[in-house]
Design a protein around this ligand. Structure first.
Ligand code: 0A1
Ligand code: ZN
Length: 871
């Protein structure tokens, strides 16, 4: 049994802070063996809290060394305060005072990558959510906002660049090789937005003139060797700044905007005020080393962090239960930005797919929680798809229900009312209510109820009266701690199509009741409903479409998203039928209707290639798993592979023509149209390779050798490496390694390709790779590439019947938990789903969870996930 008791924090226990910090002055003496931090806090009693005798409570990591503590210059002895489990309490303090605190840190030993740590020789910080308490003792909670002034002192030769939030206001040298810079951030901020960087960094500089004519210096820092990979991030940043001015009327508010790329980072990026810190994978981009997906990620994450300057920094969260206030809104904003920069329909398809595969699975698992959680043991475990992606869908529904004009008025009011404050999701909804005059109290259930709602739709048509009636029933399954759910308020965007495809109606219904009927009159013939257009609500939809209706929608729906969705529903149905056949020992079949529908899509040169590629991609094994009552890994894999092979052979000529049509020979460009062509081209190549014919191997090899960009090179590599042509695969993997071994991000791709290789011997291959020199278990990107890559994208082997995949993962988690608990807890996700599998697999997974539970000294991060999974 894990010996430590981990405390649970509840939303209902929230109390406003008794003490406020108006100013925070920090001085960092950065040295090789340690860092000394001197913090001076101007503390005053919170006038809004009546009890002035409350003790001052400061959070500080248990392992942090406290060197000195004083109040108004008076040194405190250990008997003057209580220090226990991460908290320091001082009783009987005056109403105003200056607290000084000196701590000693060991950044080079910080492997958790929270607080102050070293990434490849440079100092950097990560303070969200609770990293600041690893730097100094502080009321480290988002509703305590303070003006920061920070001085960094370091060796000038090793750390010529010294950065923190705001503007540089002073600097100097001591004549003995050390220099210092003082930064001043005029905007009060919570401690989680504090940042510093010290290193030997190269810089790409540009500038931006805001709508009101202010000049802003834009600076992106990275290691010198990566200087040629910063242009795309810079362009994305400028696009995002312009977009936020145009769409939300929001301008940037400091003279300098900085981004720093670091190689060791637990997440994607961090929106620290004026000094964003980015995982290199989310900022570096170059056609030769970055895939199209990588380019899109850079564009999206740069925009996301920039948008946080208003939705997160100027208006922040009252407490961490409100995380989706900033994250849901900001993801919605970045999704709309990406939709405007690229194809709106494709972006929607990608986001809906992520929700349906991974978020729905989270909603149905042991860690299910509402968009605004009610309790947590470790807040890092709640940076989830529910808080981010479902939270964004909730904001999107508000946008749909109010319309874009009112939504904009609501966001203006929200920013105006709460600028400089730390607020709640209720405050956000209240602003939307105020501008629209609508009562959104039922809508707020989206924030408080967990689980994925199900819409069950049926219809009747009366040919005599021309009346068509739609019955919609909504329900939501129980989730941990929530047995019964109340009905939601949601928009149901829909259309009615005649059998020949003509659109008879398009509009948006509003659901509020458990069961509702909607009547349509003057409908000349039985219509086909196109439901949940654009994925207008994050729900599951059950309507008994006939095959013919789905194929009609695939051809004619005016809503691009639902065209794609109809095709997917049809494929899912066929795949589920093949799974049944596989289990029954009957031969599997690929019906002619599917082949002809795909042929039609494949040969219609008027369609957007990106859309065609989306339509011709079968639902993933992960998505089929999420849809299954009980997940049958083997049947899913067999059915999907059978179908892919059948479609490959039946449409071989068409795949080739599509390949040739999309292979324009033009030089690489990172625009949406070119990316769309490459996605269809590489999808066509993947089907050609499935035929197992030598000429297509040659085509892939040619593409590998001749392409001028990573998208095409990597696609060819992974197709050959995953094919039956093992020798050529090994040869290309080796060549790729030789070519790119000095590019860390490319090596992550190289690891990923091998981790997802579905051919026999997969586990042995990843085990061997974990001792390869390019792998580094301290680097989260490497862990994600190899370990998470194997568990999430090689399902057949991860779920091997003998449980070897589970044991391997559990070994890693136990090892990593001592080093980096956040990453260890994240890697656990696949094991938490054990109840969805057959009894044998479920028992094997459960046994690994139990083994972890029986380990002494689990971190709060891993303990929370393991214990909840075993409940
Ligand atoms: N706020 C960041 C994400 C982030 C969260 C936690 C981190 O460390 C534990 C790091 C980054 C964002 O939404 O981009
Ligand atoms: Zn964010």
């Amino acid at each position: 049994m894990s010996s430590k008791q981990h405390e649970t924090i509840y939303l209902e226990d929230y109390q406003p802070p008794a003490w406020l910090i108006s100013h925070t002055e920090l001085r960092f003496e950065l040295e090789e063996e340690h860092t000394l931090v001197r913090a001076q806090l101007s503390v005053r009693a919170n006038p809004a809290v009546a009890d002035k005798r409350m003790p001052l409570e400061l959070f500080g990591d248990e392992a942090m060394e406290l060197c000195r503590l004083s109040i108004d210059g008076q040194i405190l002895e250990t008997c003057d305060y209580q220090r226990d489990a991460g908290c320091l309490r001082i009783q009987n303090v005056p109403e105003h005072f200056t607290l000084e605190c000196v701590t000693r840190l060991l950044p080079h030993e910080n492997t958790a990558l929270e607080g102050l740590y070293k990434s490849d020789g440079m100092f950097c910080t990560q303070c969200e959510a609770e990293g600041f308490r690893r730097i100094t003792f502080f009321p480290d909670r988002p509703d305590v906002m303070s003006v920061f002034r920070t001085t960094l002192v370091a060796d000038k030769a090793r750390y010529p660049v010294l950065l923190s939030n705001g503007n540089p206001v002073d600097n100097g040298e001591d004549g003995e090789g050390r220099h210092w810079v003082t930064w001043d951030d005029p905007w009060p901020k919570p401690s989680y937005l504090f940042a510093l960087v010290a290193g030997d960094l190269a810089l790409l500089e540009d500038n931006y003139t805001t709508l009101s004519g202010r000049e802003v210096a834009l600076r992106i820092y990275a290691e010198r060797k990566d200087l040629d990979k910063l242009d795309y991030a810079m362009q994305s940043l400028k696009n995002a700044m312009r977009w936020d001015e145009g769409v939300y009327g929001r301008e940037y508010d400091l003279d300098i905007y900085m981004i720093v790329a670091v190689d060791f980072f637990n997440m994607g990026a961090m929106e620290n005020k004026g000094l964003n810190i980015f995982n290199t994978s989310c900022v570096l981009a170059h056609p030769k080393t970055t895939t199209d997906l990588g380019f899109q990620r850079v564009e999206g994450v740069v925009a996301h962090e920039y948008f946080h300057n208003w939705s997160g920094n100027r208006v922040t969260c009252r407490d961490w239960f409100q995380l989706s206030l900033k994250e849901g809104f900001t993801v919605f904003r970045d999704a709309e930005f990406s939709a405007d920069m690229n194809s709106r329909t494709v972006k929607r398809i990608e986001d809906a797919t992520l929700l349906r595969t991974a978020q729905f699975a989270e909603d149905g698992g042991p860690m299910a929680h509402p968009v605004r959680p009610e309790s947590y043991m470790e807040i890092s475990n709640f940076y989830t798809l529910t808080v981010y992606e479902k939270g964004a869908e909730v904001v999107r529904m508000l946008h749909t229900l109010l319309g874009s004009e009112l939504f904009r008025k609501g966001s203006d009011l929200y920013f105006e009312r709460h600028d400089g404050q730390a607020v709640t999701t209720d405050d956000f909804v209240a602003a939307m209510e105020a501008v629209s005059g609508r009562d959104l109290s039922q809508f707020k259930r989206w924030y408080s109820q967990a689980g994925t709602p199900l819409l069950t739709v049926s219809d009747q048509y009366d040919e005599h009266t021309g009346e068509y009636c739609l019955n919609v029933r909504q329900s939501c399954p129980p989730s941990p701690g929530q047995e019964h759910k109340q009905p939601y308020h949601m928009p149901l965007a829909m259309g009615l199509l005649a059998e020949d495809g003509a659109e008879l109606y398009a509009g948006c219904l509003e659901l509020t009741g458990e069961e509702q009927q909607f009547r349509f009159t003057d409908i000349a013939s039985r219509p086909v409903p196109s439901l949940l257009r654009g994925f207008s609500a994050p729900v599951k939809l059950d309507y008994q479409y006939s095959d013919a209706q789905l194929l009609m929608l695939l051809r004619h729906d005016t809503d691009g998203f639902n065209r794609w969705d109809a095709g997917q529903r049809f494929c899912i149905r066929l795949l589920q039928e093949q799974m049944r056949r596989y289990r029954a020992g009957e031969p599997m079949q690929c019906p002619d209707v599917l082949i002809s529908a795909w042929r039609e899509l494949l040969t219609d040169a008027s369609l957007e290639p990106a859309m065609v590629a989306q339509c011709l991609e079968l639902p993933s094994e992960a998505q089929l798993s999420e849809l299954a009552e009980q997940i049958d890994v083997t049947a899913i894999h067999a059915a999907r592979e059978f179908m892919r092979a059948a479609l490959a052979t039946a449409l071989e000529q068409e795949w080739l023509q599509a390949y040739q049509r999309c292979d324009t020979g033009a030089a690489y460009a990172a625009d949406a149209a070119s990316m769309g062509r490459r996605s269809l081209k590489n999808l066509a190549l993947s089907y050609l390779m499935l035929t197992g014919c030598e000429p297509w191997l040659e085509l892939a090899r040619q593409q590998y050798e001749q392409s001028d960009n990573m998208t095409d090179q990597l696609a060819a590599l992974s197709l050959v490496a995953h094919s039956g042509f093992r020798e050529t695969g090994a040869e290309l993997l080796q060549a790729f390694y030789q070519q790119w071994q000095h590019e860390a991000l490319v090596m992550n791709q190289w690891l990923s390709v091998q981790a997802s290789d579905p051919t026999p011997g997969a586990l042995a291959r990843v085990q061997a790779l974990s001792t390869h020199p390019v792998f580094d278990a301290r680097n989260p990107n490497k862990l994600r590439a190899l370990i998470a890559g194997f568990c999430a994208r090689n399902l057949f082997h991860f779920h091997a019947e003998d449980g070897s995949g589970y044991e391997w993962l559990a070994d890693w988690i136990l090892q990593l938990d001592r080093r980096n608990p956040q990453i260890a807890a994240r890697l656990l996700t696949p094991l938490t789903r054990w109840k969805r599998y057959d009894t044998e697999r479920a028992a094997l997974m459960q046994a690994q969870l139990q083994r972890m539970m029986d380990t002494a000294e689990l971190s709060a991060d891993v303990y929370e996930v393991v214990s909840k999974s075993l409940m």
